[in-house]
Design a protein around this ligand. Sequence first.
Ligand code: FBP
Length: 552
Amino acid sequence: MIISALQKARAEYQPKLPKSLTGSVKLVDGAATESVADQAEIKELFPNTYGMPLITFEETDGATDYPAVNVGVILSGGQAPGGHNVISGIFDGIKKINADSKLYGFLGGPGGLVDHKYIEITAGYLNGYRNTGGFDIIGSGRTKLEEEAQFDKGLEILKELNINALVIIGGDDSNTNACVLAEYYAAKNAGVQVIGCPKTIDGDLKNEMIEASFGFDTAVKVYAELIGNIQRDANSAKKYWHFVKLMGRSASHIGLEAALQTQPNITLISEEVAEKKQTLDEIVAYMADIVAKRAAEGNNFGVALIPEGLIEFVPEMKALIAELNDLLAEGSAIEKEFKMMKKSHRLAWLAEQLTAESAAVFNSLPTGIATQLTLDRDPHGNVQVSLIETEKLLGEMVKTKLAEMKEAGEFKGKFGTQYHFFGYEGRCAAPSNFDADYCYSLGYNAAFLIAEGKTGYMSSVRNTTAPAEEWIAGGVPVTMMMNMEKRHGHMKPVIQKALVELDGAPFKFLLENREKWAFEPDYLYPGPIQYWGPSEVCDRTTVTLQLEQGKK
Ligand code: FBP
């Protein structure tokens, strides 16, 4: 295999570990836990894995003697930088525990467990993947592991390979399912532990015990580099407004962090739009006003950041999308008829099925956007927000608004647009030092949770704005993060999704500065991720983490 000089040098990087995991390790039980809400229901649903204590690992002088373990690992959902290092950490951790331990990778996501598709991950195989981005070591997938038939099918292969524990690397839904699986195997006395690991570039799997989902750090740094470059271009050419949509599904953590790293002229935050119940027209008026005021100063350029989930939070669009989700639910009569129909008739026919309010909104949308709203739903039955060109919708609407303002003498400038969508560019980037170290530590830590016989826990590494040696490693019961939510019409136990908190330090920082950034030349140009050099450049964490931990 031919690899670049950077890949070669990066392959030799030895990720840092919390000091507590570098020698002999002692497990310390903390307080018993409760779920964040709906305690009685969740306790009843998880009799074997509810209420378990928090765990921290500490250094000890005493030698520990663990038997060999066979571990299976699954990558679930969208890619996130650092997944390969989680697997390297698990591998090195179980080998440290006992050199006879083995690691198996299930291929193509959770489906690999059900379909019995796997490989043994050996030291030689793993070496080509250390400190690299991507999930290609074993592949990922979005099959949801939630039915008993799947659990039983999985158990067959786990038994055949003599696997004692499964590590599921995924977002909130995958970790919820990991806990359901842990409970099922515990109730059955199946002899298989299940450990979760917090992954997603979206940054929405976080709480008191999980400071960040891995991949967020690297992905946003990649987007911030690109946005910084665009800001330089905008500031040089002085002729375009760049509308940049950023991945993140419903949560705006990526948009918020990217804004904190680059200080653009406009930053929309979906959670704020929802809180203020802002209509599409109000958002457009806000943006057009900034464009016009900048134009009055001779600045016919700028950069606007737009979270990909935005339109789901705009009240009239939310109502429309909810109706469309119901109408176009997979297998429904309307969906079947819709798909059979000639493409040119579909939108008008669908509008007739909507309520009058939603039909009016639907009909007012540009055809391209209306069509995007009707595309196939994701496995949870939701519209795939990454497929909707919200940046273009807003750009076109701002253009129309500015034309009206021109007529009224309120806008005298020019408005040229460029559109961008950043998501896939960052999901498989080579992990930053933070993600390389954090992921390796999460995996290594998972090995100790397994050695200690734990199940239903998520690997947790905290105190992450301190140097890696001082990070706190341990485990948090997944049930602790759960509440009951309606999914597909039924109440289900799920890990509570972390959206941007409007009273949190990162959003408040944006709020204090956003107006200034709109008009004064205050762009930041973060440049590419650096791997070697001063620690304040190479090991810096996200601004979000620094603000949340009072370090900025
Ligand atoms: P996960 O939640 O699975 O980590 O995926 C994150 C994400 O990148 C979102 O930001 C985006 O909306 C979605 O995946 C895109 O999904 P796909 O890879 O299926 O296009």
